[in-house]
Write a new protein. Structure first.
Lengths: 344, 105
């Protein structure tokens, strides 16, 4: 890519109001520096850093309701989108829980209010050895992650209903298109349900047994095989499309100040819960890493999850996503404050 | 021997205000002036981040220009803020030199 294109691309990452005010002169300065021999990627990176700052802080932005409202809506979308994209994958990458002792696998019947009274039943003869302290930490962190996931999901659904209401009551000329965008999750869910029903319809229906051999027959194995691939693919792409479409609708919908304030509160709550989830995920991983040390000193039960190996890469993505969410929620809060204190 | 452990010797705001205190300049001229004055090389993203903030706070103002190279000028408030900052720096520097002298360093 040429130096001119790289610089122009980096300049496009600035918000509209900033480009209107500074883009021409910054472009000239950047091209002068590049012509003088300064490294173009370094200039572009410096511009990207500046654009993040301009978006996050919004210093120098003209104080008009249109711009502040757009900035609040963009920030709300940016605060919630990372959760919507990253967290379902975080949940999926944890996998199912299992327990092991020196004698073999240990059965588990559920949580107790007291960490020392976790309910185990031993599959093997003899008493169940105690769970390591780090194992307790990992287990209760996983419980916290699940609880935080569902609480945040409920907050997001209330935010989504607020957005739908805001769009319905707005005077936007693109109201119909925006409503379609906002309703994408419902359409995606309906498609998923239809596919799952279709999957059930082509499953084998008859179980015949002869001389200890059982054979499943009936249904349509070819269609079932295709659906087994299509259903998860459609579910994942539907989820991602829903997240992006709702964020796009939130950014474009010119909603009333009361709905904007509600959206800001949703963004701040999601960012706070997301931070807690990030901390719980970090504790979960550390607990899993540390339990082997204690288990080596005696007879202990250890906790295991299916995809523990993915902890470091997932944690890295999670840290970035939480940072984006928190910075955006702060930006939403800041621009709403400008609206409420000076523009309403 | 110079040490890099202490990090930047001046913050970008002071450098930009000091540069503009020598007269109105456009962005590229500010970058070159700061480079010559302190050896610090500013990127355009950093410079215009500082200029936007200073303009917002009323410490600098842009002048009308026919070209895209708009010159910036320090305002009265900007000059007062710079003076205050430099006096604080001089005070710290004076005490630092005195103490270094007492140490024989």
């Amino acid at each position: 890519m040429s130096a001119d294109k790289t610089i122009d691309l980096a300049l496009r990452s600035y918000p509209g109001w900033w480009r209107e005010r500074y883009a021409d002169e910054v472009s000239l300065v950047s091209h002068d520096l590049a012509a003088e021999g300064h490294s173009t990627p370094r200039i572009a990176l410096n511009l990207l850093g500046g654009s993040i700052q301009a978006r996050a802080i919004g210093r120098g932005m003209p104080k008009s309701y249109r711009l502040c409202s757009l900035r609040t809506r963009t920030s709300i979308a940016a605060a919630t989108l990372p959760w919507l994209i990253v967290v379902p994958f975080v949940m999926a990458t944890m996998g199912s829980v299992s327990f092991h002792a020196a004698a073999g696998p240990v059965g588990w019947t559920g949580f107790s209010a007291y960490p020392s009274h976790l309910q185990f039943n031993n599959i093997n003869p003899g008493p169940v050895p105690p769970l390591t302290t780090a194992g307790h930490l990992a287990l209760y962190s996983a419980l916290a992650i699940t609880v935080l996931f569902f609480v945040t999901f409920v907050v997001l659904i209330s935010g989504w209903s607020g957005l739908s209401r805001g769009i319905r009551q707005s005077n936007s000329p693109h109201k119909r298109r925006l409503r379609l965008l906002a309703w994408t999750p419902v359409f995606a869910l309906l498609v998923d349900v239809a596919l799952v029903i279709a999957q059930g319809g082509v499953r084998p229906t008859t179980l015949t047994g002869h001389a200890g051999h059982f054979v499943l027959s009936g249904g349509n194995p070819t269609v079932l095989h295709v659906l087994n691939i299509v259903v998860p693919s459609v579910a994942i792409s539907g989820w991602l499309a829903s997240a992006v479409c709702v964020a796009a609708a939130a950014r474009r919908a010119d909603i009333a100040p009361a709905d904007l304030r509600f959206g800001k509160s949703v963004a701040v709550t999601v960012a706070a819960l997301f931070t807690l989830l990030g901390a719980a995920y970090a504790t979960w991983g550390i607990g899993l890493l540390m339990q082997s040390r204690q288990a080596a000193t005696g007879d202990y039960t250890t906790v295991g999850y299916a995809h523990t190996g993915l902890w470091i890469p997932v944690m890295s993505v999670l840290v970035i996503a939480v940072a984006v969410s928190v910075v955006s929620a702060c930006a939403a809060r800041g621009s709403w404050k400008t609206i409420s204190s000076t523009l309403l | 021997m110079k040490s890099k452990r202490l990090g930047k010797t001046q913050d970008p705001t002071t450098l930009v205000l000091t540069s503009l205190s020598g007269g109105p300049k456009h962005g590229y001229a500010v970058i070159k002036d700061i480079e010559a004055m302190s050896g610090v090389s500013f990127g355009p993203g950093t410079l215009y981040g500082v200029l936007a903030r200073l303009e917002d706070e009323g410490l600098v103002e842009s002048l009308a220009s026919d070209e895209n190279r708009r010159p910036y000028r320090i305002t009265g408030n900007g000059a007062a803020a710079l003076r205050e900052r430099l006096e604080a720096n001089v005070k710290v520097a004076t005490i630092g030199f005195k103490r270094l002298g007492a140490l024989g360093a």
